[in-house]
Ligand binder design. Structure first.
Ligand code: PKZ
Length: 273
């Protein structure tokens, strides 16, 4: 099923999703690699290392992973709990997706699923039930609107990820305001998505946040993150959380993510720690 043809621009030779021989010349590398949802999913799963080679994952697991992604609910779509402000901002970004500058990022209850079962076995989550019940932290509530309502958009050429975030009542810290831990979570996830985009499989090594103004529950804020520098395995990023009108700075953060050793599978990497 692997195409032997490659994209002349990004030299992606092993695309299991679609051949790149027909790619337009002069397409930017980032657009070339990320302009199709399937490839985002591949990148998400951390299946691609440097040089865009598939490594350590069988074709079978990849297909399983992709079909699971296709069957899963995408939580980054509007629901009835979204406020008008959230909807307006979402529509604004969707509009900016039309010329390809921005990409909407789908969102599931999991991040790495193809390796998940084995990984969870190594983490002593023994029963099938325990393994199935794990969830990506910000997607851990079924009821719409009570927890993390968010949608992310990626600007590949600017190496920038934004997240529209509407904190629900279950995220309360001080009365009426979002818990600082929930702010940290959404910052980590947004910045993390940005780091995944540039480096594949990464983990947060450092996250430093200055909280400037509390975030009212039910309000909508824009989490705006970008890659500042990449040095070997280290990805340095920064982030600001602002009100929709841009007038209130709620928080600002810097982070260091470390790319996991690309010669090891995720399972090996995690179980060696
Ligand atoms: C298109 C794509 C869309 C994708 C759309 C996805 C959307 C949805 C996204 C959801 C995204 C979720 C994102 C959650 C992200 C977590 O929440 S991760 C969980 C929290 N983090 C952890 O638990 C990490 C725990 N720490 C570790 O496992 C290990 O320390 C690490 C970070 C993997 C590094 O270990 P290591 O690989 O052995 O690396 P090590 O050799 O120690 O260090 C490498 C270098 O980094 C430096 N370093 C390491 N740690 C630090 C530190 N804390 N400070 C400073 N320097 C450090 C070392 O000094 C060394 O530097 P050099 O000597 O090379 O100059």
């Amino acid at each position: 099923m692997f195409s032997k043809r490659g994209c002349s621009h990004c030299t992606f030779q092993n695309c299991p999703v679609r051949p790149y021989a027909k790619r337009k010349p002069n397409t930017k590398q980032a657009d070339c690699i990320y302009d199709c949802l399937d490839l985002w999913l591949v990148k998400w799963a951390g299946l691609l290392g440097d040089g865009h080679q598939l490594h350590g994952i069988s074709t079978f697991s990849f297909q399983t992973w992709l079909s699971q992604a296709r069957q899963s609910k995408d939580y980054a779509l509007p629901n009835s709990s979204w406020s008008q402000g959230m909807m307006d901002l979402y529509s604004r970004f969707l509009e900016m997706c039309k010329d390809g500058t921005w990409k909407r990022i789908p969102s599931y209850t999991w991040l790495y699923r193809s390796t998940q079962l084995n990984l969870k076995k190594s983490l002593k989550l023994t029963s099938e039930k325990e393994r199935k019940e794990t969830r990506l932290f910000p997607r851990n509530m079924d009821t719409e609107g009570v927890g993390f309502e968010y949608a992310m958009f990626l600007n590949p050429s600017e190496k920038r990820m934004v997240c529209l975030f509407q904190p629900g009542p279950y995220l309360e810290g001080h009365p009426g305001f979002a818990h600082g831990g929930s702010t940290a979570t959404i910052i980590d996830s947004t910045i993390g998505g940005c780091a995944i985009f540039v480096a594949g499989r990464v983990m947060t090594a450092n996250l430093s946040i200055n909280y400037r103004n509390p975030i009212p529950l039910g309000s909508v804020v824009l989490v705006d993150s970008k890659v500042d520098q990449v040095e070997g395995r280290k990805v340095f990023l920064s982030c600001q959380v602002r009100s929709i009108d841009g007038q209130t700075l709620h928080a600002e953060a810097t982070a260091l993510f470390i790319r996991l050793d690309s010669t090891k599978s995720l399972q090996q990497q995690m179980s060696s720690q």
